[in-house]
Design a protein around this ligand. Structure first.
Ligand code: ZN
Length: 834
């Protein structure tokens, strides 16, 4: 028996030794010639695990389409057996964990992310080479390196987008490649593979974490907090490789050691690229400002965060470049692997510096506060429920006031310092915490922008995004706090007249969505109504027995549905103290929207995605998605709501007439951004860029004078001149018509995130729900020429047509899914306007 056991063990050892570490090309016959399928990528990593003791897998989630999300830890076997200790020690050193052990020394933690944009696929291909080279025993320097560091490698952040692109590319591939530019291989079909399932750009989602992939990945990321993060991308195929240092603007809170390290890495990679005679560039285009990227978010969390970019989007398998050479998958992945491996090599050789810098960043920033403010206070508001979710996702510590205290601070809404009282349930965030810098970046009213040539939005202060009264304080405060707010749902008596659901955050709309789907009739208050102890604010929902006589076990059924909204209440009578009784005109019976949303060519894919995600995931509400090209097959009379996301719609005159007639019959169109051009300056509609012919003439005169002046200006500054008319993304004050349902629950002012220069004058014969007043307040960069043009322009409006209406959304309130007050505004338009 013993003998057989020994024989088996011996055989097992032989087999283990024989499991040879295979390179990607040994394992995948088409490696570098065709995109690998996602399951092949997973199989390759599994092969590495059977052949090497230095790699370990952790599945950290599943995508919307059911694909596994994995990271691979590459380190020494001893480190791999002690990952939890290493992780905890790293967090303990910066105050984010109490458990520290001497058993294992400091390790450098390096995180490598590939393919956040699905169609930039040479990233994932290169991840296999990078992993192989880090494990390859022939690599003499690797053993000691493996002991000193842990590499966390995520070969594909966005497997759904990667697979969408890959399926398409394989589908259209012939036996020979198609390097000619006009070949369909270089023209992706709508919506393209860049985005995730819901068409969200995952490289804009790091801080907001609206998407499933980001939520699961960031939970793991925040458990580790590496010292270096490399985010591997591709860009237009003619562009030579980009590696650090990054371009201006750099956020002023980024520390010298982070900049220095980018320089060191850039210098080393450039040496390697010089030796191969490869073209590259640094310090151009990819900046370090917006906090939700794969380079900035890690940077604000103490790491050296970097973007690497290879030319490759649209390159397919092989493409002809403007210099006459061709670019293949092999070229792209080889460049990536060289750059990434060099970054790992430099980080390893300077690991002491990196660890020191990281710890200093995380521990010192809380004492030597980088910005002007040390405390942020958000006044008690039901919207803070979502704010708390966001803070927790980012491991930002906060508490609620449990006492009252007079204070003074900068008010976000008025942009003035003023006295106010901190009251119980106000949310308090102190900068004095390990995530000091991230906290400040997300809450600072004004971010210093040293260079206005940024590729992204330049303001995002969270009190404005969430529509809650907020204050930034220059001092720390001492006040009694509590960790959470108890909202106790009322005890429902056996018999009630109706239920009241306040309309004050996204959960209100989620409840209404559920009620509509159960076919339960709901009314909404146009004005305040006082039912005994229950005060119904405008927008408040009432579910009454009178409207739902057939509902079995009314009290139990309704309270079961609405319990997710903990501040719900009940009423015992339809009589009000202030004369706005339930049976009167104050309470509108709501229509359940029956929604069609157009998709397909011409429609902005992320903008379409923001609406789809809102309906499908946030509201869980049914929607028919119809290809814009199939509009003729859409039976409009089966719907009462049509949503036109940002896009260029090619409706014929007949189709436009058909839409107009359908609206007049009682339907609603929600048109966003460029979709507004369907109605702009059309006879039957009031939407116009200029308020009068004189205004149009004077604007034309101004534009022509400007052109005359520009004749004397130089060529090289033209790009900078162009930005004076632009707005890459700023936050603009809007006056609200608070009497209209579309503004219910938003508060007295609405700060809108404006991401393009489109603007319209206030509409005549329509309701201007939200408009930009003269001398409006703003946050972020607004080009000088544009600044004055935005005075008295409308951001959201409703035009009545017959029994129906068109809702104009000049700004997209669902942009990237993180503008919480925008989510409520969109819900108002969809559910309360009828
Ligand atoms: Zn990218």
């Amino acid at each position: 028996m013993k003998k057989t056991l020994f024989a088996l063990l011996f055989l097992f050892l032989i087999v283990s030794v024989q499991a040879q570490l295979k390179s990607p090309s040994e394992f995948l016959p088409n490696y570098g010639k065709q995109i690998s399928q996602y399951h092949q990528v997973e199989a390759y990593f599994n092969q590495l695990m059977t052949a090497s003791p230095n790699i370990k897998k952790q599945k950290y989630g599943v995508t919307n389409e059911g694909r596994d999300l994995n990271v691979y830890f590459i380190s020494s076997p001893e480190n791999l057996a002690n990952l939890d200790l290493i992780r905890n020690n790293n967090l303990a050193a910066i105050g984010l964990s109490d458990t520290k052990t001497e058993k294992i020394g400091d390790k450098l933690i390096v995180w490598l992310s590939f393919n956040v944009h699905g169609n930039e696929f040479a990233g994932t291909e290169s991840a296999m080479t990078v992993a192989y080279e880090l494990l390859n025993p022939a690599n003499a320097s690797s053993k000691k390196e493996l002991e000193n560091r842990v590499v966390i490698l995520d070969p594909c952040i966005n497997p759904d987008g990667y697979s969408r692109y890959g399926n398409w590319l394989r589908e259209i591939s012939g036996k020979k490649t198609h390097p000619e530019l006009s070949d369909r291989e270089h023209m992706e079909v709508w919506p393209g593979g860049r985005f995730n399932h819901y068409m969200f750009d995952l490289n804009r989602d790091w801080a907001w974490q609206t998407q499933l992939e980001t939520q699961q990945r960031l939970a793991l990321y925040n458990e580790w907090l590496p010292q270096m993060h490399v985010d591997v991308h591709e860009m237009g195929y003619n562009s030579p490789y980009f590696f650090p240092p990054s371009a201006e603007p750099w956020h002023e809170y980024i520390e010298k050691y982070q900049k220095d390290f980018q320089n060191t890495i850039g210098a080393k990679i450039s040496e390697k690229f010089d030796a191969e005679n490869w073209l590259y560039n640094t310090r151009e285009r990819f900046d370090m400002f917006y906090p939700s990227y794969g380079d900035t978010y890690p940077t604000y969390n103490g790491a050296v965060g970097m973007t690497f970019e290879q030319g490759g989007i649209g390159a397919g398998r092989e493409v002809l470049l403007e210099n006459g050479t061709t670019l293949t998958i092999k070229d792209r992945l080889t460049h990536h692997a060289k750059a990434v491996l060099t970054a790992v090599e430099v980080a390893t050789s300077e690991s002491d510096q990196l660890i020191k810098g990281f710890r200093h960043f995380m521990t010192n920033s809380r004492k030597t506060v980088k910005g002007e403010y040390k405390t942020y206070i958000l006044k008690g508001n039901p919207k803070l429920e979502q704010m708390a979710v966001l803070l927790k996702k980012n491991k930002i510590e906060f508490a609620y006031a449990d006492a009252s205290q007079k204070s003074n601070g900068f008010n976000y809404q008025t942009q003035k310092s003023k006295g106010f009282t901190i009251e119980p349930n106000d949310l308090i965030i102190k900068v004095d915490q390990p995530k000091a810098v991230l906290t400040q970046v997300l809450f600072e009213p004004t971010q210093v922008l040293h260079d206005s040539l940024s590729y992204d939005i330049t303001a995002w202060a969270l009190p404005l995004a969430y529509g809650v009264e907020g204050y930034a304080l220059k001092n720390t405060i001492a006040i009694k706090t509590k960790a959470s707010i108890e909202v106790v749902a009322p005890l429902v008596p056996n018999s009630v007249y109706g239920f009241y659901i306040p309309w004050n955050n996204r959960i209100s709309a989620q409840v209404l969505s559920l009620l509509h789907q159960k076919d339960i009739k709901v009314r909404s208050a146009m004005k305040k109504a006082v039912f005994g102890q229950t005060v119904v604010e405008p927008g408040g929902l009432i579910v009454s027995k009178a409207d739902n006589p057939k509902l079995i076990d009314f009290e139990k059924t309704v309270s079961e549905i609405i319990k997710i909204k903990k501040d719900f209440n009940y009423i015992s009578s339809g009589f009000t103290q202030n004369g706005t009784d339930l049976g009167g005109e104050n309470f509108t019976l709501l229509k359940a929207p029956k929604i069609a949303l157009l998709s397909g060519r011409g429609v902005g894919s992320t903008e379409f995605g923001s609406v789809w995600f809102y309906l499908d995931e946030v509201m869980g509400y049914p929607v028919s998605i119809v290809e814009a090209g199939n509009f003729n097959r859409l039976e409009l009379n089966k719907y009462n709501t049509l949503i036109l996301a940002d896009g260029y719609y090619d409706f014929s005159e007949d189709q436009q007439k058909q839409i107009s007639e359908w609206i007049k019959g009682g339907a609603k169109v929600i048109a966003m951004n460029n979709a507004l051009s369907i109605f702009e300056d059309k006879l039957a509609y009031g939407l116009s860029i200029f308020e009068s012919d004189e205004a149009k003439k004077s604007s034309e005169k101004e534009a022509s004078d400007k052109l005359l002046k520009e004749r004397f200006l130089d060529y090289q500054s033209s790009e900078r001149r162009a930005i004076s008319a632009s707005i890459p993304g700023a936050v603009i004050e809007n006056v609200l018509d608070i009497t209209h349902p579309m503004s219910f629950g938003l508060g007295p002012v609405y700060y809108s995130l404006k991401t393009d220069d489109r603007h319209y004058s206030l509409l005549k014969k329509a309701i201007n729900i939200a408009y930009v007043p003269i001398n409006y307040k703003s946050y972020g960069f607004v080009g000088n020429d544009l600044k004055k043009k935005l005075n008295n322009t409308v951001s959201f409006a409703i035009e009545k047509k017959g029994k129906g209406e068109v809702i104009y959304m000049i700004d997209n309130p669902l942009f990237r899914g993180f503008w919480e007050n925008g989510t409520l505004l969109f819900s108002n338009a969809l559910f309360l306007v009828n």
